[in-house]
Design a protein around this ligand. Structure first.
Ligand SMILES: Cc1cc2nc3c(=O)[nH]c(=O)nc-3n(C[C@H](O)[C@H](O)[C@H](O)COP(=O)(O)OP(=O)(O)OC[C@H]3O[C@@H](n4cnc5c(N)ncnc54)[C@H](O)[C@@H]3O)c2cc1C
Length: 389
């Protein structure tokens, strides 16, 4: 029996689910309060320069998940792209993540891999056997010099709090290399969509367009209709009218500027680690599409500032510190006690998710949705599909 569903959010989570529901013969209304598809991954041509920009911050597609890699390539061509990050700290330009070049430059040494490994081990604070905070984790891994240069100021700016109030798990994810490999990611598949991410999302929705009604610039809260079920990829607390309080997020401010030089900083992303520089990084967007950069005479860049999100701000990074857990659990209980709605994606589940994880979870959700609809009907759809950490 064909049903009518609502998918709130036209990012990757919403698009993957909407496509699948439509492919099963159902009618789907996709609603997004933004005036474009793509959610936070949205890319568009800059009006002044014509350069493709990542409006909500740089997005590099990287994954080890073959299913996801095959899936996204069905909807657009990906060009090879390696994310190489540079960082300005204490008057020098370094390579990140910390690798042999970073170590040798920092300590004015000419170490090979084994010497560098032994040297960093001698710097590491061995009195910290069970690191609990970000600061302890960093000191126990790399010692004080690298911690203070690359992590201390940057972390304060990014998270708005002291590194010894953040969990150690944040740093466990950052690679430390004893060779000259400066690829920021370890994943085997990495690339950039030739026509941008929004084109990929548009193509995901295109094949079954006759059953997908896309409404942009419209908030779910203002919709008059009712649906057989709602798949909600917006903020979990917002769905419930923030009735228990607000989950905390970091938001970003982007300060756009156009450089008259064709190449402003020589690379896509330059981090600024020092605490006295107010922004965290500068993204120069033409470098995300090196195959077309020669066409543009100018260059468009975004300075990125991080701060605590207020009610009217766009939520970017869920803070998810220990203090947030009781409120999150209460919202999760509320969600499980509700009917007619399932929560997906980074905002719906209040987790930081990379694009590949977002798509993977949405594909797994589609499998569950299909089998539940085939057997019991929409009433049995769960509040959450992804395992809650
Ligand atoms: C600065 C930054 C950089 C990132 N860089 C990378 C990267 O390099 N690589 C990577 O893999 N991942 C990256 N990510 C993560 C990536 O952005 C997410 O994986 C992805 O956006 C998740 O997609 P989503 O569909 O779950 O959510 P979103 O893309 O956020 O989509 C949710 C949509 O729902 C809409 N919405 C919410 N509530 C309502 C409502 N009530 N009514 C109507 N519409 C609503 C919003 O407008 C939004 O468009 C980055 C994230 C950030 C913040």
């Amino acid at each position: 029996m064909a049903r009518t569903f609502c998918v709130v959010g036209a990012g990757f989570s919403g698009a993957v689910v909407a496509r699948h529901l439509a492919s099963l013969g159902h009618r789907v209304v996709v609603v997004d309060e933004r005036t474009h598809l793509g959610g936070n991954c949205h890319t568009e041509r800059d009006g002044q320069t014509g350069i493709m920009v990542h409006r909500y911050g740089p997005h590099i597609f990287h994954t080890a998940n073959e299913r996801v890699w095959a899936y996204v390539q069905r909807f657009g061509q990906f060009r090879p792209y390696i994310n190489r990050v540079r960082a300005i700290a204490r008057g020098q330009v370094f390579s990140l993540p910390i690798n042999l070049a970073t170590i040798n430059q920092m300590f004015r040494t000419t170490f090979g891999p084994a010497q560098a490994r032994a040297f960093i081990a001698s710097k590491a604070d061995r009195s910290i056997t069970n690191p609990r905070t970000f600061r302890e984790q960093a000191l126990s891994m790399v010692g004080p010099e690298l911690y203070e240069t690359f992590f201390e100021g940057y972390t304060r700016k990014q998270w708005g709090c002291e590194p010894d109030t953040l969990p150690a798990s944040i740093l466990k994810r950052l690679p430390l290399r004893f060779n000259y490999d400066d690829n920021y990611f370890n994943h085997p598949y990495q690339g950039m969509p030739e026509a941008g991410y929004t084109a990929i999302v548009r193509n995901i929705l295109a094949e079954f367009a006759q059953r997908i009604d896309i409404r942009l610039g419209a908030a779910f809260e203002d919709m008059p209709e009712t649906f057989d079920h709602v798949f909600y990829t917006g903020p979990l607390d917002r769905y419930f009218g923030f009735r228990l309080g607000r989950l905390e997020y970091r938001t970003l401010d982007f300060e756009r500027f156009v450089s008259p030089e064709p190449d402003y900083q020589g690379t896509a992303v330059m981090n600024y680690c020092d605490a006295d520089v107010p922004y965290t990084r500068i993204a120069e967007h033409k470098h995300f599409a090196p195959w077309e950069q020669a066409q543009f005479e100018q260059s468009v860049c975004f300075r990125e500032y991080s701060r605590a999100a207020q009610a009217a701000d766009t939520p970017y990074y869920p803070i998810r510190l220990t203090g947030e857990q009781p409120l999150l659990q209460k919202y999760e209980e509320l969600a499980r006690a509700s009917t007619g709605v399932s929560f997906l994606g980074r905002l719906g589940t209040y987790r930081y998710l990379d694009m590949d994880v977002t798509i993977h979870e949405a594909l797994l959700a589609c499998e569950q949705i299909e089998s539940i609809l085939a057997s019991n009907g929409a009433q049995a759809l769960p509040a959450f599909f992804a395992p809650q950490p």
